[in-house]
Design a protein around this ligand. Structure first.
Ligand SMILES: Cc1cc2nc3c(=O)[nH]c(=O)nc-3n(C[C@H](O)[C@H](O)[C@H](O)COP(=O)(O)OP(=O)(O)OC[C@H]3O[C@@H](n4cnc5c(N)ncnc54)[C@H](O)[C@@H]3O)c2cc1C
Length: 410
């Protein structure tokens, strides 16, 4: 009997509960990553995401190499791949994190669950961060978040795991996935994926970058250095939120850092808070939280599509809006304030339905995380009916946040 650990948005080997559970009974362990046609075809996904995923896989493989292990990389639909493993190897147990993702991955998980019960395969799912599936009331959720974040991490001694070896995997004769050449490219302006990179970025933040975090967070230029820049690593699971929070606590008493650490701590809390909201109201992928906005008179005129295109290609003629969009396309990152301004411009200035823009931004955000992206997009578009409507003037933002226009010029 073997234990299969199915990796999704948890591309790391530390603080990994499914891996921890899988290695406990000493059975051979294999890490599986499936490149799914449903995600290859998903309009939210871009080449930048696949590169980041591949870099993360390479990083894990480097860590497994001394232990004679390697990720089993397969392309196909997950049930089909699981069936092949079963045909070749016989029964196994499946371990994974619960994915709080798009509707298509939720539907896929339902099929996997069905496949597992038909095939008598036990599937042990672990929670992602502090997010609870099917939660009815969020009343005591804050307490739960703190408990989860302070709990011990799930670390394994890689040396002690009984890995299914590289040569054993080869003998299974599963079809090999030929990687598109474009996935192997590493454009210089993008953050690189992988557990090592994640920790390097975090150490650098706590070493010096983060001291002025709270003061620089809204500047499109200074935020690139002063913000943690951990979002892609958290989104693709190169590091867990718990690991990041526990690292923050180590510096909690550090003199001169309190304001910045407190601001960061709130945002780590928001990370799960938004994903939890999305888990409980996942229809927000398709409709406004406040149904009243279904009949809002957004523009329907013939110029509308051209304006959407000008917005996402950075050609509206409004300098800060265009600079942010071009920056996103070139680097995959922009800070929170500018993200909010981009949505505000689309929805409040151009009067275009938020659904026309939400996928475009997902595609260019290297850190695309459905559970943060959808609630944030709707919030900034003012269609939740809960938060006050925020309209960000691009010229006011430019005067205050980029007074010398150095970001715009760059
Ligand atoms: C329209 C819109 C869409 C967004 N889409 C995403 C997305 O797809 N993925 C994503 O990770 N963030 C998203 N954000 C939230 C936020 O802008 C980014 O998390 C942040 O800019 C990432 O940079 P950082 O890692 O340097 O953040 P830091 O400021 O250093 O914060 C650390 C971490 O806290 C979390 N965080 C920070 N701000 C927020 C917030 N407002 N809400 C929830 N969590 C937060 C993130 O995980 C972030 O990595 C979106 C914001 C807006 C307005």
């Amino acid at each position: 009997m073997i234990n299969v650990v199915w990796l999704k948005r948890d591309l790391r080997v530390r603080d990994h509960e499914p891996l921890f559970n899988a290695q406990q009974n000493g059975n051979p362990v294999v890490l599986l990553y499936v490149i799914e046609p449903l995600l290859l075809a998903d309009p939210h996904m871009d080449l930048r995401h696949w590169r980041f995923i591949y870099q993360s896989i390479e990083d894990i493989n480097e860590q497994l190499a001394p232990h004679n292990g390697i990720i089993l990389l397969q392309k196909g639909d997950v049930c089909g791949i699981l069936q092949k493993i079963k045909d070749i190897h016989g029964s196994f147990s499946l371990f994974s994190h619960q994915e709080i993702g798009l509707n298509n991955t939720f539907e896929r998980d339902k099929l996997v669950s069905e496949w597992c019960s038909i095939n008598a395969v036990s599937w042990i799912e672990s929670k992602q961060g502090a997010v609870l599936r099917g939660l009815r009331s969020r009343e005591k959720w804050d307490k739960h978040w703190h408990k989860q974040m302070r709990a011990p991490t799930f670390d394994v001694d890689l040396d002690a795991v009984n890995w299914v070896s590289n040569s054993q995997l080869t003998s299974w004769n599963l079809s090999k996935f030929t990687l598109p050449i474009a996935w192997k490219k590493r454009p210089a302006l993008f953050q690189l994926g992988g557990e090592k990179r994640a920790w390097h970025t975090l150490h650098h933040f706590f070493k010096e970058r983060g001291k002025d975090y709270a003061f620089n967070i809204s500047s499109p230029e200074a935020s690139r250095r002063s913000c943690s820049r951990m979002s892609p690593y958290l989104a693709w699971g190169n590091i867990s939120l718990r690991q990041m929070y526990q690292r923050l606590l180590k510096d909690w008493q550090r003199s001169g850092w309190r304001r910045s650490l407190s601001a960061l701590s709130s945002r780590l809390h928001w990370h799960c808070h938004f994903i939890q909201k999305y888990e409980s109201e996942s229809e927000m992928e398709f409709r406004p939280v406040n149904r009243g906005y279904l009949s809002f008179p957004f523009r329907e005129d013939r110029q509308r599509d051209n304006d959407v295109k000008a917005w996402y290609t950075g050609r509206t003629g409004i300098p800060l809006v265009d600079a942010c969009m071009r920056c996103l396309r070139q680097t995959g990152y922009i800070n929170f304030r500018m993200r909010a301004m981009l949505v505000s411009f689309l929805v409040h200035y151009l009067n275009i339905d938020w659904r026309e823009g939400v996928v475009h931004l997902a595609k260019v955000f290297l850190d695309f995380e459905p559970g943060i992206h959808y609630p944030q997009f709707q919030m900034q578009a003012g269609v939740t009916g809960i938060n006050i409507i925020r309209v960000y003037s691009p010229s006011k933002q430019a005067k205050e946040r980029d007074p010398e226009a150095s970001f715009i010029k760059k």
